[in-house]
Design a protein around this ligand. Structure first.
Ligand code: ZN
Length: 336
């Protein structure tokens, strides 16, 4: 299998329209900036952040205690609900980009993701009666889990009606409601609760973790994946990084997210950064002229001049050392 590249999952010819939709969305979000509220650090709760940068009218600050950076002030949950319901950017992703890139996404993202999850279940001797994914989207992950026939029950949480329909169309059991509204009896709790690329969008990550915790069986495992704000492409590109955008309010790092989970009553088992795209993302920004490395000969050597020889090994180094911009944290809910 060849290595994952940015254009596999974000086809170039489709992304121009997406950028227009995203800019429309920036305007929609900012139209309600008078309702934005100031918050303390979403990871550790400290109130000692310093200004980091501004992008598209949003202010980013960095916590001096845990180095999480975050949008502050930020849209409250009711503004976010309104925003995502009417987002032309989301509609375009859902109707055009995801369907056009789904085969590549399945092979390059979801199959390895499910492999990883099943490996972790084995490693930590997790029971495999029932698994819940929060923010299932198209249901690609859940459908792949179902196909492996390891879990007896696979449930997708997806509150957006169109996406919930897509999940049901794939034969998945769907809870079409926000996670905070889900009520389960004690016998209905899950062995695994997973969420991929959701927590960075939320007003209150702490509340979200609380709801995941509530739906987990004692001894069950929580798996979370999100951007690593201390990872290579985000740190190198800063505001030029596509990950730094109006939808992503929280930029945790492996330590700060682990701290939040521990503070929420979970035993953190491990964190790792399996992201494969950092080097390719920075390289693409150099090639398009959006990021200037003329004063950085070392980066230019790795990412441009000797890319074929060094690019893959450099990405492997980032993954091994916990420096890639996509991370996982795995934690267990203690037995009472
Ligand atoms: Zn903090």
């Amino acid at each position: 299998m060849s290595s994952l590249t940015e254009k596999d999952i974000r086809p170039v010819q489709l992304m121009a329209k997406q950028r227009i939709a995203a800019l429309t969305d920036v305007g929609r979000m900012l139209s309600r900036c008078s309702e934005f509220v100031h918050v303390d650090c979403p990871a550790c709760g400290a109130n000692n952040a310093t200004r980091k940068f501004e992008k598209n009218g949003f202010s980013y600050v960095e916590c001096k205690t845990c180095h999480t950076f975050y949008v502050n002030p930020r849209p409250p949950s009711e503004v976010l609900d309104w925003f995502y319901q009417g987002s032309p950017n989301y509609a375009y992703w859902n109707e055009v980009i995801f369907p056009a890139s789904e085969a590549a996404r399945l092979e390059r993202i979801f199959v390895p993701r499910v492999d990883q999850l099943l490996e972790l279940c084995k490693k930590y001797s997790v029971e495999t009666n029932a698994i819940l994914e929060i923010g299932a989207g198209f249901g690609t992950f859940c459908a792949e889990v179902q196909k492996r026939n390891v879990f007896r029950r696979v449930v997708a949480v997806e509150p957006t009606p169109d996406l919930a329909n897509t999940c049901r169309g794939r034969g998945l059991e769907v809870l079409e409601q926000p996670v905070e509204q889900i009520q389960l009896g004690i016998g209905e709790l899950f062995d695994v609760v997973a969420s991929f690329e959701v927590i960075e969008h939320l007003f209150s990550p702490k509340d979200f973790i609380g709801h995941m915790f509530r739906l987990l069986k004692p001894g069950g495992i929580m798996m979370l994946a999100c951007p690593n704000g201390q990872g290579f492409d985000i740190q190198t590109l800063g505001i030029a990084s596509n990950t730094v955008d109006h939808e992503h309010l929280n930029y945790f790092n492996p330590e700060s997210l682990a701290g939040l989970l521990a503070h929420s009553g979970l035993d953190v088992l491990e964190s790792f950064t399996p992201g494969k795209l950092d080097a390719d993302l920075v390289r693409n920004k150099i090639l398009t002229g959006e990021f200037d490395v003329s004063g950085q000969p070392f980066l230019k050597k790795i990412l441009v001049d000797e890319w074929v020889k060094l690019g893959g090994a450099f990405q492997e180094f980032l993954i091994q050392q916990g420096l890639s911009s996509n991370m996982w944290v795995v934690a267990r809910k203690p037995h009472e």
